[in-house]
Design a protein around this ligand. Structure first.
Ligand SMILES: [Zn+2]
Ligand SMILES: [Zn+2]
Length: 445
């Protein structure tokens, strides 16, 4: 099979970054198998009697382009800052995509999953399958620990067997890292690419892609079915260009399906087909947070003193050999606290060792971790105990708090655990999080 076809089917790549020789690329363009598009597209619009030109980045849809003096085209040019980490798109660059005959997908699919779904998972999985088949958008609203990934398995197995190309997209790199090995185990024969910022470049064609929503900038008209996991998570929830990326990556006539424990009001309103799962896969109730005041914690930490309650909470975890996470509202405060805790490392979004630290916590090579909201989702660690410092700070929205609570009691061997919100006054979001968790425990459907 043609390697260029495999690489570029459904993808759009900067011409100068394509890992094939210039001659080969030119050759395919002459034959009409590859089509180059200008990186910045212009269109003329009319408003009343005015006509004006708008420019946008073809890869990420961004309209706010930056003017600069370009050495390449020797004059004034425009470039896109929004997606610059994937190589600069300017007016004089070209994006290339496969436009030749479509790729025949005939990989043999082995579905190597021998788990069973709970009744709730099975119902949601069947409902999702029906929506996928009738091409109607579907929302799976499943509490943290309901086993939402497992319920995708039978649906994705059928799609892969039908020769469809499938994407599971999520705003969070940590979620990609957690999902990709699980999918690979279940579909051992399927080529699966895990794509996230800093991931190794992968050649060839993958029928199943697990990617951050950012990585979908590089796809166009590629997927028969897209599932967006954790659709309410930052930055997808507020970044229009990521929503543009998901829409561009799917085939024109298809819809997007969503999976989350904390759907936004917009998702609940816009997606008609829904499945709700209020029970965890192991049948135990969701851990309900307890509130505990922690006055002047910020001042104390800045003065080099750990608040007494926080210290005794942590000591108790260490004495019991229970792994723990402590969430902080800001990186600064977390780093100052980390110095005081001595043997407890911290992680945040830009931390290059984040992946390794989470792995070490999972392997019991460290007692606990201090973190920002970056670890609110996608993390499963057995017997985990959780504290939130400054739970009343605005960064801790009710959905962030629900997700954080969802880290506790996930395994059937350890279905409970402590989740404490340390605060300086109970916020509405704290109340709402607790209320919604108790509601699920009450409904249990
Ligand atoms: Zn762009
Ligand atoms: Zn230029």
């Amino acid at each position: 099979m043609n390697e260029i076809q495999q690489f570029l089917t459904g993808r759009m790549w900067l011409r100068e970054h394509i890992p094939f020789s210039r001659e080969d690329i030119d050759n395919e363009i002459t034959q009409g198998n590859l089509t180059p598009y200008p990186g910045i597209q212009s269109s003329v619009k009319t408003l009343f009697t005015f006509t004006y030109q708008t420019n946008s980045c073809r890869r990420c849809g961004n309209h706010q382009l930056t003017a600069f003096n370009c050495a390449k085209c020797e004059g004034p040019c425009l470039y896109c800052r929004n997606c610059i980490r994937m190589g600069r798109i300017s007016r004089c660059t070209e994006l290339i995509t496969w436009s030749g005959p479509s790729l025949e997908i005939n990989q043999k699919v082995i579905f190597a999953w021998n788990g069973t779904l709970t009744l709730h998972q099975q119902r949601a999985s069947d409902e999702l399958m029906r929506s996928v088949k009738s091409n109607e958008s579907h929302l799976i609203h499943a509490v943290c620990g309901a086993g939402k990934t497992e319920l995708l398995f039978p649906v994705i197995a059928e799609l892969l067997k039908d020769g469809k190309r499938v994407c599971v997209a999520t705003p969070r790199t940590d979620v990609v890292l957690e999902l990709a090995p699980r999918f690979q185990k279940v579909f051992p024969n399927t080529v699966i690419h895990a794509l996230y910022g800093g991931a190794p470049d992968l050649k060839g064609f993958a029928q199943l892609i697990i990617a951050t929503t950012h990585q979908l900038y590089r796809f166009e008209d590629a997927f028969d079915v897209i599932f967006v996991d954790e659709a309410d998570a930052f930055p997808y929830s507020i970044d229009k260009s990521l929503q543009f990326a998901v829409n561009k990556a799917k085939k024109l006539e298809t819809v997007v399906h969503y999976i989350t424990a904390t759907p936004s009001k917009e998702l609940l309103r816009d997606v008609k087909n829904k499945s709700v799962i209020s029970t965890r896969f192991h049948g135990h109730p969701l851990p309900v947070p307890r509130f505990d005041s922690l006055w002047n914690y910020s001042k104390q930490i800045k003065k080099g003193k750990l608040p007494r309650k926080l210290k005794s909470w942590t000591d108790e975890r260490m004495n019991n050999n229970e792994p723990f996470l402590i969430f902080f509202p800001t990186i600064d405060l977390m780093i100052q606290a980390s110095i005081l805790f001595e043997k407890i490392p911290s992680v945040h979004a830009e931390d290059p060792q984040r992946k390794d630290k989470v792995l070490m916590l999972r392997n019991k090579q460290m007692p606990g971790l201090l973190t920002t909201t970056i670890l609110e989702r996608g993390i499963t660690i057995e017997n985990l105990q959780v504290a939130v410092v400054g739970a009343d700070e605005s960064i801790f929205s009710s959905s962030a708090l629900i997700q954080i609570c969802g880290r506790v009691g996930r395994s059937s061997e350890f279905p409970t655990g402590d989740i404490v919100f340390f605060h300086q006054g109970i916020s509405n979001d704290m109340d709402e999080a607790k209320y919604l968790i108790e509601e699920h425990n009450r409904v249990k459907k």
